[in-house]
Every structure is written in structure tokens, then in C-alpha cells.
Design a protein around this ligand. Sequence first.
Ligand SMILES: Cc1ncc(C[n+]2csc(CCOP(=O)(O)OP(=O)(O)O)c2C)c(N)n1
Ligand SMILES: [Mg+2]
Length: 577
Amino acid sequence: MATQQQDGGEVILQAFRNLGINYVFSSPGSEWSAVWEALARQQAAGLSGPDYINCGHETLAVDLAIGYSAITGRMQAVLLHAGTGLLQGAMGVNAARLSATPMLLMSGESLTYGDDPAFDPGAQWYGFLGVTGGPQRWLEPLVKWANQATSPATLYDMTVRAGELALRTPAGPTYLNVPIETLVAPCRLPARIGPVPRPTLPQPPAEAIASLAAALVAARNPVIITESAGRDVAGYEALLALAERLAIPVVESAVATVTNFPKDNPLHQGFEVEPWLDSADLMLLVRNRAPWYPPSRSPRDARVVVLDEQPFKTWMVHQVLHADEYLEGDVPAALRQLCRAVELLQPDAAPIAQRRNRYALAHAKATALRAEAVAKARRDPALRAIDVCATLAEVLPANTIYLDETTSQRGLNYRHVEFRGPHGFIRVPSGLGQCLGVGLGIKLAAPERPVVCLVGDGSFLYNPAVPALALSRDRKLPVLVLVFNNRGYRSMAANHRSFYPEGVAKQHDDFRGEAINGVNWDELAAPFGALGLRVRTAAELRPALESARAAMAEGRSVILNAEIAIEAPRARPDVST
Ligand SMILES: Cc1ncc(C[n+]2csc(CCOP(=O)(O)OP(=O)(O)O)c2C)c(N)n1
Ligand SMILES: [Mg+2]
């Protein structure tokens, strides 16, 4: 691209190109005219560069970026409006921080407020939109770095640097406030610009890898606990190779954020860490933030080795890993190196084979118990949540991606939805209302894979459903939204019952935080050309899922309102977000 006199919009777009950004997700405000002009110039000149996706809600814009990055590992840009748009998008920005998603976030402000006779930014900036100290103040606690773009002269390099900062470990969102005056100002690209190099991740020292390999080979009862090793395909595959080589069981923690290990592999030992705390002699924690609960519950005898790009999550108030040793650096690379180091030690085959048999038996037993639970549920003519979970994978293709934003049935989803392969299951990051946005971002990144958003009736209420369904229609991004409709916030009621087991609320059956005076969720589909389906009985389930599959294949989204039988409340629900 020629270094010509342009405006701030052109400079930002060029910075995006050089950062390798594919999409600009925006819930817009009037400050972005300069970028829209640059995008129109890009189109008219037939230049390559990012695609622009306009949407009707900030949570949606931010979550599209999160979903897209979850699959591709690539940073994207999000343009919001002034301070107000940042407030609306803040939950998603926090989710990006928690999920270590790199993101370049921008919004604007005015510096002149209409008092420069040469430029009228619009009266709204004076009347409503100003933020004392600048909008960056509102985002500072949620992002890695936040600042105002100081002038047209620094805009290109500041934009690039904000992107580079977002990509550095721990990856996360950064924010640049670009005043509208800077956006429309004549602006020159620096003489030296070009593609921005990707960061190289530090690696744990070779000696630490060798000593861990020796410890793994020597251990009698090693176990791998993981929360997000499968965040990237490379991590999933490298973990599988290491566990297979030594027949080490893998347990996914109760707060796993993504599928980390094939559930049908005999070494997959479920989602409960508790039983392993006393039996393991070596625990390898791979990308965990909260491997067990309560935090002080110590492994009895096990040596604890933590493997993570960055074990300490600064956003956590309290975190206890009981580590004896930390290996910090690129996790997939470290796992591959561990495998090579193990090979050099030529481990004795007999104990490995013995362990493999032991865990194969345990796995077969757990699988049989799950199948029994499904069979029992299927004998009930009413629609049972377990049946819904189990039937999904029997009807939908093997490469389906399931996103989970449920609460009281989160454990059921982990156990009974037969997701397969890397990224087959993704837990939506904290804060209800993000499933549709993340799901659409994932669909954009992986158009060949069916995407299913598993939501509760409560969590569906929090989602910006109208703009999400409109975007799904306009961009041909079909997803299945499966509403586990139990007519209430059951998790809230379970909490209330556990805190006040003999309370007045119980005596009078007066639970204030529970009921949802719902609508027929499926009827929300029609205005957006989506398919609405309602299922009340076990018999209706399979045909409905088959219709959903066919509709998605035709490019239509589906809202499947599954009116599940209400089960007796448990003492305490699964971990809620
Ligand atoms: C933005 C946001 N607000 C409130 C909550 C608190 N919260 C956690 S679970 C829940 C109820 C969810 O209801 P539903 O999806 O129907 O699941 P159920 O409790 O019925 O299992 C609420 C309100 C939250 N997690 N996020
Ligand atoms: Mg509910």
C-alpha cells in the first residue's frame, strides 16, 4: 500500500492488515465514519484486508471476536462506541481477559466538543458522551493496557503496539481510545511498515522437561488434571500423545473450559478431581486455574507439577495450586518435548500396560453407568435432560461443536453429550448472555462444523437474541440454539435451599429468585427466517433434532425449545458462572 496522505481511518485499517486481523466486529457509533470510508476505499480499489461485521449489540460484537479467536487462535478487532458501548460490552471484555483471548478493542471520544469552527463532531459528544478522564478509565481494570491515541502522528504505531500487547502472554484484550478528531485528521503512515511478527512463546528449560519426564516414568500413580489443555488443537493432540505413551489417566476439572481429551479414550477418567487427590503420587496440572475445590483441599502425597503459559491468573482473588514445581511456557511445545524426553528414557513397558488395563476397566465401568442412566431416562415418556444430551450426538454429525451456557445441568452436558475431537465442546466464559455471540463467532471461523448453543431458559434471556438471530440470518451463520427449558432459575433455587434448608421460603414454598414467566422460545425464530421447534415428550425429540439438522444444512438457524421434566432439586447445583 502506498504511503500517501490519508486519514486516521485509513491508518487504523492498514494497522489491522499488518496485524493479520481478518475481521472487524463492530457495534458502531458515529466516530467510526473514517474507518467505514477506508473500508469502502478498500472495496472500491479491490484491496485485500479485514472484513467488517456490523451488529446490533456490544456483547455480540465482543463475543463474535472471542468465538472466532477460540477456533483460529488469531486476534481480531472490535470497534465500539464511546464510553457507553464499552459499558455494554464490558462483560464480553472481561470474558476475553478470563479466557486469555487476544483482542484489539477501540472506541472514541471528542476532544473539541463543537468548539472548533473547522470541525463539528456532533452535539451528542458534548451533551452525553464525554467521560471524565477518558473512556479508557472505564475499561482499565478489564484490559491489559488502555490509553488514548495521542495524535495522528502516533496512531499507526500505537494501534500496532496495542495489538502486539494483546498477543503477548497472557493474551488478552487491550483498548485504544481514538478521538474522532484523530480519526478524521490527515494522517501519514510511517515510512517503515509491514507485517507484524507473531510473538514467540517462551519454553520451559530442557533440564526441567527432562526431570519431569523421569518423574513421570518413575511414578506409580501419575495423573494429569486439566482445564484447558485443548484450548488449541496442538495442546489437545500433544496431551493425547503424552498420556497414551505412558498410560497416564486424564481428569478434566469441574471447571474445564473446553474439551481436552477424547471422552471415549480409556484413559479419560471423567470430571471429578476429588478421588485422585489421595491416590495419586504425581499430579501434572496442565493449564488449570482452579483444579480442585475448596482451594485448600491438598493432594495427600502427590508431587504437584504445574504446566502453564502463565500459572498465576492475576484476575483471580484467591488461587491455590499446591505446586512443588512450575514449568512455564508454551504448553503444546512442552508436552511434545516431554514425549520426546520420555522416549529417550525407554520406559519399562510392563507397568504401563498394567496401568492401561486398570484404567480401561474403570472407563468401561463409567461408560456402562452412563449408558444405564440414559436408558433409564429413555424409559420415561416425559422429556428428560439426559436423553436430550445423549440423543444430540446420535443425530448430529461427529464434527459438531457444542457450546455450553447452562448451569444446573452443566455436569450432565459434560458427561452425556458425546462431543468429539478438539474444540468439540466449549464452555462459554463467565457471565450469562454470551453463548449466541460466541457460537456465531465459532461458526464464522468453522463454517463446515455444525454449532449447537446449549442454553438454559434463564441464560437464553440474557443473550442479545434479536441482534444475534438477525446476524445469523444476514451472514448465513446457522446455529442450533437448544433451550433446556426448566421454567426457571433452578440453580438459584437450589442455592437458596442449601443456605436455608429449613427457611421460611421452604415452609411456604415461596422462592423469589426462581420462576421464569417464560414465553414460547421457539416462536422467536420466525421473524428471522429460523426454524422454531418445541419438544415436550421423549418421542418428539429425535424427529425434532433431525429437522434441526436439515434446517442448519440449508443455512437456517434453529431454536429448539426443550421443555424438560423438572428434576428434584439437588442440595447444591454445579458450579454456576
Ligand atoms: C450476567 C449474569 N447475571 C446473573 C448471573 C447469575 N446466575 C447464575 S445461574 C443463573 C440462572 C440461570 O438460569 P438457567 O439458565 O435457566 O439455568 P438453571 O438455573 O435453570 O439451571 C443466574 C441468574 C450470571 N451468571 N450472569
Ligand atoms: Mg432454567
